[in-house]
Design a protein around this ligand. Structure first.
Ligand code: PLP
Length: 389
């Protein structure tokens, strides 16, 4: 018999797999299901990026093994974008690592920094990939509750000295998945002081950095003085340029952490296909009009969704960023029960909050990845169940 290694048994259960299965069963039964549960961008990659890839694929330079850790031109392109967008200086040689999507870096950083017995501070609710990396490193998680009453920011003063003594790494993610919250420069300043005092490395997940609503441009952790001394930021092209399938991400900031991430990557793989790197550089250096258009599209969708919600009496504060909305559910249901009910009765898929951590109970997450008309229809269907009045 084949016996899996013990570390695999520590991996969290893929919570959304059963959701997808249930939704597929409804589709197979002939129902028109509106899926607001998953976070897969619905728009295609802009044409100029695809053309660059097609042209680059014909270049024999890219048919060989790419250089370990990727092409310098792509590191220069992301450094230039951070300078332009956030006035952050990054040395392309030492302060940038190219990743197979942000996801790999989120897992690798735990393997780079954590030993068994170490603690990683993880937001709850939060993106489940953080848990996987900590589990594979054999380390422990201490959850930092994100509460509506604190704008979904962690309260560092609530952490126990015993946990802080063992804490080596922490994850933050603003604009936030799943709550749609954003963070201020002041919060990051407080975070840097906290990290310095406790010897904790900060991993800021800026996957939704391009998506901030109501004219508020999301703040990058790296914009704050002292950030590079205590941490790194993860960035990805998946959301900003609708390139989720291309698998391009970056780790940016502290040179020693970047060195470790590059080191571990050397052992897993060389780098991304050069044609993809050329297309990624095109995305970052060409006109950013496509990003402005995307942001407007998400903001229009958010507005349409909240308008529909208010019509059916589902009260919630509008999200400030990311393409997720986080909605309190009526009393008397768990988030799983509520998600099952709206799938069975309204044929709408929503993500139960508990899938993002125990503090996610009492909420569901809806993604803005369908047209305004479909979002509105989904809410109208839920409205007909008369759960909110
Ligand atoms: N971080 C957050 C919070 C996400 O929601 C996602 C994707 O859904 C990622 C990181 C990873 O994105 P990717 O691996 O496509 O770069």
């Amino acid at each position: 018999p084949i016996v899996p290694a013990a570390r695999l048994q520590q991996l969290p259960v893929q919570f959304f797999a059963s959701l997808v299965q249930k939704a597929n069963a409804q589709i197979a039964a002939g129902h028109d299901v509106i899926n607001l549960g998953q976070g897969n961008p619905d728009q295609p990659t802009p044409a100029h990026i695809v053309s660059k890839m097609q042209e680059a694929a014909a270049n024999p330079l890219y048919h060989k093994y790419p250089p370990f850790n990727g092409f310098l031109f792509l590191k220069e392109a992301i450094a230039k974008r951070y300078k332009e967008d956030y006035n952050v200086d990054l040395d392309p040689q030492t302060e940038v690592a190219i990743l197979f999507g942000g996801k790999t870096g989120l897992i690798e950083i735990s393997q780079c920094l954590l030993n068994p017995g170490d603690v990683c501070l993880v937001p709850d609710p939060g993106y489940p990939d953080y848990w996987s990396g900590v589990a594979l490193a054999g380390a422990e998680m201490v959850f930092m509750p994100l509460k509506e009453s604190n704008q979904y920011l962690p309260d560092y003063s609530a952490l126990s000295p015993a946990d802080l003594n063992r804490a080596k790494l922490m994850f933050l993610n603003y604009p936030n998945n799943p709550t749609g919250a954003t963070a201020s420069a002041e919060f990051y300043d407080e975070t840097i002081r906290f990290a310095e005092k406790n010897g904790v490395v900060v991993a800021s997940d800026f996957a939704y950095g391009a998506i901030g609503f109501d004219g508020e441009k999301p703040v990058s952790f790296l914009q704050q003085k002292g950030a590079k001394e205590v941490g790194i930021e993860f960035y990805t092209l998946s959301k900003t340029y609708n390139m989720a399938g291309w698998r391009v991400g970056f780790a940016l900031g502290n040179p020693e952490v970047i060195r470790l991430i590059n080191l571990i990557q050397d052992h897993y793989y060389c780098s991304l296909f050069g044609g993809i790197q050329a297309a990624a550089a095109e995305a970052l250096t060409a006109s950013q009009a496509c990003v402005t258009d995307l942001l407007q599209m998400y903001e229009n969708r958010r507005d349409a969704l909240y308008l529909a919600l208010s019509t059916i009496g589902w009260e919630a504060k509008p999200s400030k960023g990311s393409f997720f909305t986080w909605l309190p559910i009526p009393k008397g249901y768990t988030s799983n029960q509520f998600a099952d009910l709206v799938l069975q009765e309204a044929k709408v898929v929503v993500a139960p909050g508990v899938g993002f951590g125990t503090h996610g109970e009492g909420y569901v997450r809806l993604a803005l990845l369908s047209s305004e008309a479909r979002l509105t229809e989904a809410v109208e269907r839920i409205g007909r169940l008369n759960l909110f009045r």
